[in-house]
Write a protein that binds this ligand. Sequence first.
Ligand SMILES: [Zn+2]
Length: 412
Amino acid sequence: MNLQIDSDRLSAEIEELAKISEVDPPAVTRIVFSPTDLKARAWLIARCEKAALAVRQDPIGNIFARWNGSEPNAPAVGTGSHIDAIPNAGKYDGVVGVLGGLEAIRSLQRSGFRPKHSIELLMFTSEEPTRFGIGCLGSRLLSGTMTPDAARKLVDKEGASLEEVRRKAGFVEPLEDVELGSVYYKAFVELHIEQGPLLEQQKVPLGIVTSIAAPASYKLIVEGAGGHAGAVLMPERRDALCAASELILAIESAAKTSGAVDTVATVGICDVFPGAVNSIPSRVNLTLDIRDTDLARRDTVMRGIEAARDAIATKRNVTIREEIVNADAPAQCAPAIVDALSQACSKYHLASMKMVSRAYHDSLFMSRIAPVAMLFIPCRNGYSHRPDEYASPEDIARGVLVLAETLATLAS
Ligand SMILES: [Zn+2]
């Protein structure tokens, strides 16, 4: 098998797709189901059909472009990512995995390779949370991580429901038809820019992801008693901000002492009420974002935080309520796919390093129904979600080459 990546055509396609945007170049904005997003989808489908792939779309707008294998009923090998982009984003986030996946398939076609398992390119709907406030909408529904009922409750900032918006975009079948089940894919591999600086710093062209960290986020509401800053004496106080301060430090210490560098916990919002110079804080709202690559460890840290919370509440005579916003489980990548990626790197004498994905991707949710792994390529300065996001054509071509080789191994 002699694989040749058409880097010129791929670069031209990345540029062409970047022009389908709501803002001027180099910035890219493509919000799910906007006229721009629909135009980009039509453009992508045309490219897939030109490559003789059989295209279908599901009721949430996930696009599947399939190269049928000699055993078309056997589980498929999937690859892909997203093409939606947050306001003022760059050209490469997600796009490298979709157009790179397409070029990987075309390079296999040109080489004369014939897959036994079908190879399928997937474009996930709304990986970005911009419109409906939740990321990875398409992959959450595909994997059954989100129920159709929960999806039907989603509303955008203009008050339009997801049901309304998707129907208007031409997707009218029931959301119940989206879930794929666990025998659909034999394996799923996502190519993506790193969105961090490690590969560039280490001068390694490829990163093989072995686990994907996932966040859990909570609201913490501390309720004490307000009062006049002069009249209420210290022994009588139930200051909500003082209690919140202790809790924030307890959170930091719980994450630091988990025993693993992969545990991170952040309090990013602290709203104080009533927020006056001469008034004792009666209530504080905090947010907690806690991430790890290991669910059990993340849970243990969370239990530690909860014990500290109860102790602080008792000691300071305040109440502290906790509301869970979301808690997705992290994913471990499938050793067989990680090995296939490593072997593909070795075959082409390309250095690679094993790494953790600290951002989450559609692959996190695909891991609920299929063995997954991810392949990272460097991006300049680690910049992402900004107009100067950049990955070089050489780095992209290396990623596509290793992806193509890995797809061939998995589909044989
Ligand atoms: Zn992305």
